[in-house]
Design a protein around this ligand. Structure first.
Ligand code: BG6
Length: 518
């Protein structure tokens, strides 16, 4: 009898097709709509939004009645914006993309100028009447963060933040950063909420759109083998790592204002942590999942002043080499202050005070110019209570671990001890490996494709809710305070290594070590 006759799925068989079906099994083709991109002449539009739209068009995921209105200060004609849209697509885009781009238009103007919003209203009415977009609007804030409030106010004043005479929806997509600290996040939230309700707001953290981040949910909650051991009784400690081998890639000016804490820890790392450690949700639905994430974040212990120094490492890369190529120190990157104190690396011990995780050290780290580009979660399990194998033959065994590799080599591996063939009973570490690319070749969907489609359909599950944002800033506030005072002392690490020695000492305080790859 085959596995399938037993009612199971063959390996590689999909339980739910990619972007055609959602977790509830319904089809996901958005209703007619007009996408308005603020910041349409900028980098994010060119590098992420337009390419994602072109792939959605090519896959047939866009509704027939769909158009884009680009808005920015740079004066461009409709034709120039259309040309940019074609150039942004891989290889100029499919015939399907070209057909759609021919309907795109552009409004030039200042976000503080009511006349610009009047012109936008005219374009929207035209799109509804001639293009059949039915009053449905998705506004995408792809501007610099300093413009978010002005755009939202402009939409509010023009009355296009709510359904118009024809009905339809108005949704707002917001890109990080959601503020730069708790106070600014609260102010930004108040400014947005003055014109948009929370259920109209879709905050993007592109990590939530990654297949393997979503797979944390599948691994934990679609299987019965992992959840029983996912707790303090079996887990010795947890390591979460977001490592990049890239440097600041010409964005030195931006990074000087951000640093690793704001750029990665507050958002991507906290999201991965929350999905890994949260309680099982009752349903894979927007607010159910988000409630669980917030609950978990509320159990994360907010560092006190002492812990903000003793449980945290702050580092900055010096010169070194990555894959044999010499790279400059952070302070020598263009746009960076030669005496900069900005951190490009953070490691911390986090504690979660709840029944599931009390007493389990959670170590997180992130950095630029580390040895490899590698994002992963590693659950390290406790040693067996008793080892019946004599002396040194098993003594050096590592603790078993389960690694969720988020990128680049997406997959899951379980490391455990096995007997080495031969006359003595020697036990060695081995691994069982699952690789996404081998199992599902060519099926990965880019994070932006998924998130854009979800925002069009109105599915909030993978978007960040206001209370999550604020809780993440609350957790980090003491660190921001300490960092501003130059505490803990800025450690340096050579580019191309796994970070400063201070981070080894941090995890060494509980006699553990980072699991680094070669
Ligand atoms: C962005 C950060 O949010 O995430 C960048 O601003 C970082 O500094 C990037 O490089 C990492 O994303 P990914 O998908 O390459 O891991």
């Amino acid at each position: 009898m085959s596995h399938n006759e037993l009612g199971g799925n063959e390996p590689g068989e999909l339980l739910a097709a990619t972007d055609a079906v959602d977790t509830a099994g319904s089809t996901r083709r958005p209703d007619p709509l007009c996408l308005v991109i603020f910041g349409a002449s900028g980098d994010l539009t060119r590098r992420k939004i337009l390419p994602a739209l072109s792939r959605l068009a090519t896959r047939g995921s866009l509704p027939e009645e769909f158009t884009v209105i680009g808005v920015a200060r740079t004066p461009l004609s409709d034709e120039e914006f259309q040309r940019r849209a074609l150039e942004a697509a891989d290889g100029g885009g499919s015939p399907e993309w070209k057909r759609r781009v021919a309907r795109f238009s552009y409004v030039a103007g200042d976000n503080a100028d009511p006349a610009m919003f009047t012109r936008l209203c005219e374009r929207l009415s035209e799109s509804d009447l001639k293009g059949g977009t039915a009053g449905n609007r998705l506004y995408y804030l792809a501007t610099v963060p300093g413009q978010f409030a002005a755009v939202v106010r402009g939409l509010g004043k023009a009355g296009i933040n709510i359904a118009g005479k024809m009905g339809g929806f108005s949704r707002l997509v917001v890109e990080k950063p959601f503020g730069t600290d708790l106070d600014s996040a609260v102010r930004l939230s108040a400014a947005i909420h003055a014109d948009f309700d929370e259920d109209q707001i879709f905050r993007i953290d592109h990590y939530m759109g990654k297949e393997t981040v979503q797979n944390i949910l599948a691994l934990r909650f679609a299987n019965s083998v992992f959840e029983p051991i996912w707790n303090r009784r079996h887990v010795d400690h947890v390591q979460v790592m977001v490592a990049e081998s890239l440097g600041v890639e010409g964005r030195g000016g931006f990074y000087e204002q951000a640093g690793a804490l704001r750029d990665i820890v507050q958002n991507h790392l906290m999201q991965v942590l929350a999905l890994t450690l949260m309680e099982p949700p009752g349903a894979a639905e927007g607010d159910v999942i988000r409630d669980e994430k917030v609950k978990l974040l509320r159990s994360v212990v907010v560092f006190d002043e002492k812990q903000a120094v003793s449980q945290v490492v702050r580092g900055q890369y010096g010169a070194g080499s990555i894959d044999g190529v010499a790279v400059p120190a952070y302070r020598d990157e263009p746009g960076v202050d030669p005496l900069s104190q900005v951190e490009t690396y953070v490691a911390a011990r986090v504690d979660v005070d709840n029944w599931r995780w009390a007493g389990v050290p959670i170590f997180v780290r992130t950095g630029k110019r580390l040895r490899h580009h590698q994002t992963e979660v590693r659950m390290v399990f406790q040693r067996p209570p008793h080892l019946p194998f004599a002396g040194k033959l098993a003594r050096d065994l590592r603790r078993d671990s389960l690694t969720l590799r988020i990128q680049p080599d997406d997959g899951i591996s379980l490391a455990f001890g096995a007997k080495v063939p031969g006359p003595t009973f020697t036990i060695s570490n081995v691994a069982m490996d699952f690789s996404y690319s081998e199992q599902f070749p060519g099926q990965t969907v880019d994070a932006y494709d998924r998130l854009l489609l979800d925002a069009m359909v109105g599915d909030p599950m993978l978007f960040i809710r206001d209370d999550e944002v604020q809780r993440a800033w609350t957790i980090l506030r003491p660190l921001q305070g300490a960092f501003a005072q130059g505490e803990p002392r800025l450690a340096t690490y050579e580019a191309g290594t796994w970070g400063p020695e201070e981070a080894d000492r941090l995890i060494g305080t509980v006699e553990r070590h980072w699991r680094n790859s070669e």
